[in-house]
Design a protein around this ligand. Structure first.
Ligand code: HEM
Length: 287
C-alpha cells in the first residue's frame, strides 16, 4: 500500500485515503470513490483503526478488480459488491449462529484469542496466523453453510464424459455444493458443527479449490478472485467480535438455522443476541 502515500488526504472523512491515483497509478473512478466514502461514513465516529483498515483494503481491492473488469461499467460494480458483501456477511452471521448453538466452540475460540492476544489490546491482522482454531471455525462454517451454494452457472466449452455420461458442448452446469459439503462418504458426522475436524482428521483439506469435497470459493480459472480478501476480512472481523464481546442467546433459546432460498445462502431470520463487553473499557473508543 506504500505507493498510495503520495496522494493521501490529511483531513475529513477522507483522511488517509488516496485522492487521485490507485495502487497502480491509474486515476480513480468517481464511482469507486463514492462507494468507499459511503462505507467510511458508516464508520464515522469510531476510533477503531482496524475497521478503518478493512474499509481501506476493501477500497483498494475494488480498485484492482475494476482495472480487470470493464472500467466504469456500473453493472460490474454491482456484481463485485454483491459478490463481496453478501458472501462475507452471511458467513459471519452463520459462524456466530453456529457458535451460539455450540457454546463450547465459542469458549475455545475465545480462549485461543485470550492466550495469544490477552485482554489489554485489540486483535490485529498479524495475529491471524496464530488463531488456528478460529480458522477451523470459519472453514467449518463455509462447509455447512457455503454462501454461494450452487456456485455461479458454468457451461462446458467442449464435449466431455463425466462418470460415464456424455456431456455435450454448451451444457449448463450448476454444482450442488451443499450436498457435496455434507457427503457422508467424505465427512464424518457431516451435519455436525465440528471445527476440530480441520485440526485432526481433515487437517489437509483447504478451501482454495484444490480439495473437491470442500469448495466454497469455486475452483479453476473462474474461482472467486476475492478469496484472500474474503478470508482475511472473515478472520479479523470474527476474531474482533468474539474477543470484544460475550455473546448470549436471549432466553437461552437455540438460534434458528433456517436458510433462505437464493443465489446467496442467507439466514432466514436475523439472530438476536445479547452482547456484554469483555475487554478493558478503554479499548471500546468511548473515552
Ligand atoms: C466468504 C467470502 C466469499 C465466498 C465464499 C465467495 C465465493 C464465490 C464463489 C463460489 C464464486 C463462483 C465461483 C465459480 O462459479 O466457479 C465467486 C465468484 C466471484 N467472487 Fe467471490 N466469494 C467470497 C468473497 C468475495 C469477495 C470479498 C470478492 C471481491 C472483493 C469476491 C468477488 C467475486 C467475483 C468478482 C466473482 C465472479 C468471478 C467470475 O465470474 O469470474 N468474492 N465467489
Amino acid at each position: 500500500m506504500g505507493t498510495l502515500g503520495q496522494a493521501w488526504s490529511n483531513s475529513g472523512p477522507e483522511a488517509g485515503l488516496p485522492l487521485t491515483v490507485g495502487p497502480t497509478g491509474v486515476p480513480i473512478n468517481q464511482a469507486t470513490r463514492k462507494l468507499a466514502l459511503d462505507r467510511i461514513r458508516e464508520f464515522n465516529g469510531t476510533n477503531d483503526v482496524y475497521k478503518w483498515k478493512i474499509v481501506l483494503q476493501f477500497y483498494v481491492h475494488l480498485q484492482c478488480q475494476c482495472l480487470f473488469l470493464s472500467f466504469g461499467h456500473g453493472i460490474y460494480w454491482q456484481a463485485i459488491l454483491t459478490a463481496a458483501t453478501d458472501t462475507t456477511t452471511s458467513t459471519l452471521i452463520w459462524a456466530l449462529a453456529l457458535m451460539l448453538n455450540n457454546k463450547q466452540v465459542m469458549k475455545k475460540a475465545q480462549e485461543e484469542i485470550d492466550i495469544n492476544i490477552g485482554k489489554e489490546r485489540q486483535v490485529e491482522e498479524p495475529d491471524m496466523k496464530n488463531l488456528v482454531y478460529l480458522q477451523a471455525v470459519i472453514k467449518e462454517t463455509l462447509r455447512l453453510y457455503p454462501p454461494v451454494p450452487l456456485w455461479l452457472p458454468h457451461e462446458s466449452t467442449e464435449e466431455c464424459t463425466v462418470g460415464g455420461y456424455r456431456i455435450p458442448k454448451g451444457t449448463r452446469l450448476l454444482l450442488n455444493l451443499s450436498k457435496i459439503h455434507r457427503d457422508p462418504q467424505a465427512w464424518l458426522d457431516p451435519s455436525e458443527f465440528q471445527p476440530e475436524r480441520f485440526l485432526t482428521s481433515d487437517k489437509e483439506i483447504d478451501v482454495r479449490g484444490q480439495n473437491y469435497e470442500l469448495n466454497p470459493f469455486g475452483s479453476g480459472r473462474r474461482m472467486c478472485p476475492g478469496i484472500s480478501l474474503g478470508l482475511q476480512v472473515l478472520q479479523l472481523t470474527l476474531a474482533s467480535l468474539i474477543h470484544g464481546f460475550e455473546f448470549a442467546r436471549p432466553l437461552n433459546q437455540p438460534i434458528d438455522v433456517t436458510e433462505c432460498f437464493g443465489l446467496t445462502n442467507l439466514k432466514a431470520t436475523p439472530p438476536e443476541v445479547l452482547l456484554t463487553p469483555r475487554l478493558s473499557p478503554g479499548l471500546y473508543g468511548t473515552n
